[in-house]
Write a protein that binds this ligand. Structure first.
Ligand code: HEM
Length: 511
């Protein structure tokens, strides 16, 4: 009894003390939020939903719509950039991010190694629901030194000399797609373009980067499904912080974890096979897999972390190097069907450069200038990797506003690509914007990002896209099946929501 009395006599003051501490912490946070408001409120921005949570209400609303998201957050950013100007502010609690469309600031920040990738976003991709995913690979490596070392070692696998040597593989894999499409044409079956081009880009990256024949055009494999599941998981994990705590999501989360494990397990198997070949002094290609092994190899014995690091890059190349190109191809076919005049012009060019031949040479790619313009214009309206962000630790001036250091800046080629300020009549698909004689867009068009952390696979991707597109245009007539939407689905990367369903005919087949 005495014990309970003693406990009660302590409990009341202890609770009171705890409440006081909580109140003080809350007050401290409120003061800190007020301080950040005072520090950054001279920069324009949409009205906050509340003092405490800032714009979190609106952001949560967008997150809720993730499932049926039709590029809503980026679309909204275009409207906001038009309304609030070249730099505007978003607040969540004490956290401040700036959305930047000012070309000078875009140049200054993205082109400099001084501004690291935003940890808040990129660190989250280390894991997917607790399962290691992109880890410290090239896209997500937060530490400049670690990233720079990897990038230098990877560079030879992307040199123009090395890429020239890949023309055979690009041609050969694209030919497999052509014979598949021939079957569709012969059987008068409709084709989901996104699905088939996804298979070809996955086939290409597996063969070119890792020396493995997946041959997905002919064979089925768990691989595309695993990648698809990871990408789907990625958007929920990054955009909905509460997703993993809802019991109803458990089965899907387990599926994502299994998909991640599957990718990494496959990676481990391919890496081991290549390492054995290297140890046996066999002649191995200087492809991405060899470079990944070199990037991790410290010449002494490898630690478990080194092994994990190689798998980080394995997954990174499959995630970064496949879907983005496939989506570009599908958007391109969609836009060409919607613009018969442009299609006619590009057909004429393809016919005059490659005629009936099946092997497209590196030199031919240089001659397909209008096709290049079409592909560039596709990425203006549909930059398949739409945004990037950087930390700005020190004070800076953006568009005349003094910005105290300690914030994140968000950049998006989707946003600038659709602004009247940069592109006249921005929603019009017009490849002539990229005519060799036209003025170059000034830091408002950057679908491959800019500066040191820009896309390593840019030339690879555009060579691959050109080979596939040129062959498609050379051989087939597509027509969009009526009734489908032209909406964009935002799954982290942007893709055509409909999948671009077409009927396909052999060219000049007047049936
Ligand atoms: C149309 C196709 C592609 C587009 C639009 C694209 C776009 C981008 C963008 C915007 C970034 C910067 C990402 C960020 O800041 O978070 C990036 C990075 C990267 N991309 Fe691509 N990409 C494409 C194809 C490829 C291909 C085919 C590969 C590999 C074969 C690849 C490999 C990479 C790598 C390794 C990085 C990280 C670079 C670094 O930080 O050093 N990409 N890409």
């Amino acid at each position: 009894m005495a014990f309970f009395h003693l406990l009660l006599s302590w409990a009341a003051p202890a609770t009171f003390l705890l409440l006081c501490l909580l109140f003080l912490a809350f007050l401290g946070l409120c003061l800190y939020i007020q301080y950040t408001h005072m520090k950054y409120d001279h920069i324009p921005g949409p009205p906050r939903d509340s003092f405490f949570f800032g714009h979190a209400g609106t952001i949560l609303q967008i997150m809720k719509n993730v499932k049926r998201e039709v590029c809503g957050s980026w679309k909204r950013s275009v409207t906001e950039a038009e309304a609030y100007g070249p730099v505007y502010r978003i607040n969540v609690l004490h956290y401040v991010a700036l959305c930047v469309s000012c070309p000078e600031a875009t140049k200054e920040i993205l082109m400099s190694p001084k501004y690291p990738k935003d940890k808040f976003v990129y660190k989250r991709l280390f894991n997917l629901f607790g399962q290691r995913f992109l880890g410290n690979g090239l896209v997500t490596a937060p530490d400049h030194k670690l990233w720079y070392k990897q990038r230098r070692i990877m560079d030879p696998a992307f040199s123009s000399l090395y890429l020239r040597g890949l023309m055979g593989t690009f041609n050969e894999r694209a030919e497999k797609l052509m014979s598949k499409l021939s079957d569709f044409a012969d059987n008068e079956k409709e084709v989901n373009v996104l699905q088939v081009v996804n298979h070809v880009t996955l086939d290409v990256i597996a063969k070119v980067a890792f020396g493995v024949d997946l041959d997905l055009i002919e064979n089925s494999s768990h691989f595309p499904k695993a990648i698809e599941t990871c990408l789907k998981g990625m958007i929920y994990y990054v955009r909905d912080l509460l997703f993993e705590y809802k019991p109803t999501n458990k089965p899907f989360i387990n599926e994502v974890r299994e998909a991640c494990k599957f990718l990494r397990k496959t990676g481990a198997q391919w890496i081991n096979e290549r390492k054995t070949a290297m140890q046996n002094d066999e002649d191995v290609p200087k492809d991405i897999l060899t470079q990944i092994i070199k990037a991790a190899d410290r010449e002494e014995t490898m630690t478990a972390e080194d092994e994990e690091f190689m798998l980080d890059n394995f997954v990174t190349f499959f995630i970064a190097g496949q879907e983005t190109t496939a989506n570009q191809l599908a958007f391109c076919i969609m836009e060409l069907q919607r613009h018969p005049d442009i299609l006619e012009k590009v057909k004429k060019e393809v016919d005059s450069v490659i005629g009936m031949k099946h092997d497209i040479s590196y030199e031919n790619l240089g001659e397909l200038t209008y096709l290049s313009q079409v592909l560039k214009e596709t990425l203006r309206l549909y930059p398949t990797a739409p945004g990037t962000s950087r930390e700005v630790p020190e004070d800076i001036v953006i568009s005349g506003f003094h910005v105290p250091g300690g914030i994140s800046c968000i950049f998006s080629s989707y946003v600038t690509g659709r602004m009247e300020r940069f592109f006249k009549d921005p929603l019009k698909f017009d490849p002539d914007r990229f005519h060799p004689d036209a003025a170059k867009p000034y830091y408002c068009y950057y679908p491959f990002a800019l500066g040191p952390r820009s896309c390593l696979g840019k030339n690879f991707a555009q060579m691959e896209a050109k080979v596939v597109m040129a062959k498609l245009i050379q051989r087939f007539d597509f027509s969009l099946v009526p009734g489908q939407s032209f909406d964009i689905l935002d799954t982290g990367t942007l893709r055509p929501k409909s999948g671009v369903v077409c009927s396909v005919k052999h060219r000049n087949d007047k049936k």
